[in-house]
Design a protein around this ligand. Structure first.
Ligand SMILES: Cc1cc2nc3c(=O)[nH]c(=O)nc-3n(C[C@H](O)[C@H](O)[C@H](O)COP(=O)(O)OP(=O)(O)OC[C@H]3O[C@@H](n4cnc5c(N)ncnc54)[C@H](O)[C@@H]3O)c2cc1C
Length: 308
């Protein structure tokens, strides 16, 4: 196993400790701001506007996950509906991203489906798109089920899904849904996963990433990369061009605050670039995944937290 994947696994384990969460929550907001657009909807809309001025679209995400009551799930759903309607008031593409555990997946698939349906209706009314994020592997089946029933049985065309290239099952999952020409984001995967479920070495994860992207593109689905790995993005760009796949069929998605030059450059060259733009008070789990992705980030956080 490579060093940085071991590091990630260790860090995600430690990040779950309550004492550490309390410490980082009280002292780490300034650091988290690198990755988070702000606390409020208004701040998020301001960031959307700023990115558009650079030719970069947004995929807005209200932070929050793993709720434990129906009331919390309903509260987040209402807030995401409010976000979607507010995006409808701006003259830009209206894309939002949602984690199903934020709207009740752990309390039941049917509850998550009901809540996602509300969000999709609000998005439909403003010609918006909702991408369903993929969480950890014990939730993959349920996430795919909710997405698929809404996409296939209920005919929602404005709902996208994510597959993770570190999961061994992902190629088979893609084959199952390829006939739906899914609006798909391919990512490497951000969670701590056991070796039975996920590849632990980078070359295999990268190879599978490219395989998933190419398969979905060849199958006719709209495809987004969710990665900052310049070499992989270049390979996707070249391959799509050589295969005669129009630029409207794919896009490059990035996380807010990371690789600003690369995204500006792609946008300037006429590619669709979309920034995953998180906002809200519940930033800790998102922030810890970002720290786990890059060993250099840990020092920066330790210094910041210890200095207060
Ligand atoms: C738009 C988008 C949506 C995503 N949605 C999901 C999802 O639904 N489910 C899921 O499991 N994962 C998701 N992810 C996270 C993803 O799985 C990876 O954990 C994350 O993108 C890091 O891998 P990488 O491919 O970007 O590149 P890596 O190979 O890890 O890194 C390549 C380069 O990118 C830069 N970089 C990467 N991460 C950071 C960081 N945290 N801080 C600073 N620089 C960094 C560095 O320059 C690094 O050298 C998403 C990622 C993106 C971009």
């Amino acid at each position: 196993m490579e060093l940085n994947l071991t590091y990630r696994s260790l860090l995600l384990g430690v990040a779950g400790q309550k004492w550490l969460e309390r410490l980082v929550r009280t002292r780490g907001w300034r650091l988290a701001r690198r990755y988070v657009a702000g606390d409020t909807l208004e701040e998020a809309l301001g960031a959307v506007q700023k990115l558009e001025e650079e030719g970069i679209h947004s995929l807005v995400d209200l932070l929050g996950e793993m709720v434990t009551s129906e009331e919390q799930a309903a509260g987040y759903t209402a807030e995401i509906v409010r976000l979607t309607r507010a995006l409808g008031g701006l003259p830009y593409p209206r894309w939002v991203s949602v984690k199903l555990t934020q709207i009740g997946l752990d309390l039941g698939r049917e509850l998550a489906r009901q809540n996602l349906r509300r969000i999709l209706d609000a998005a439909r009314a403003v010609e918006g798109v909702v991408q369903v994020d993929m969480e950890d592997s014990p939730r993959t089946d349920a996430t795919l089920w909710v997405w698929r029933t809404l996409r296939e049985e209920e005919g929602y065309e404005n709902v996208g899904i994510v597959l993770q290239s570190y999961l061994k099952r992902s190629p088979a999952d893609l084959q199952e849904i390829l006939h739906l020409k899914p609006n798909l984001r391919v990512v490497k995967g951000a969670y701590k996963e056991p070796a039975e479920a996920a590849w632990q070495d980078r070359p295999t994860i990268n190879r599978q990433f490219l395989q998933l992207v190419k398969t979905n593109l060849a199958g006719g689905g709209h495809t987004a990369t969710g990665s900052h790995d310049g070499r992989l993005l270049e390979e996707v760009r070249r391959w799509a061009e050589a295969a005669g796949i129009g630029r409207e069929r794919y896009e490059f998605q990035f996380l807010y605050g990371i690789r600003r030059e690369l995204k500006r450059d792609l946008a300037r060259r006429g590619y669709t670039v979309r920034d995953y733009l998180p906002y809200g008070a519940d930033w800790y789990p998102y922030f810890s995944r970002r720290i786990a992705e890059r060993p250099e980030n840990l020092l920066f956080v330790l210094r910041g937290v210890l200095q207060g």
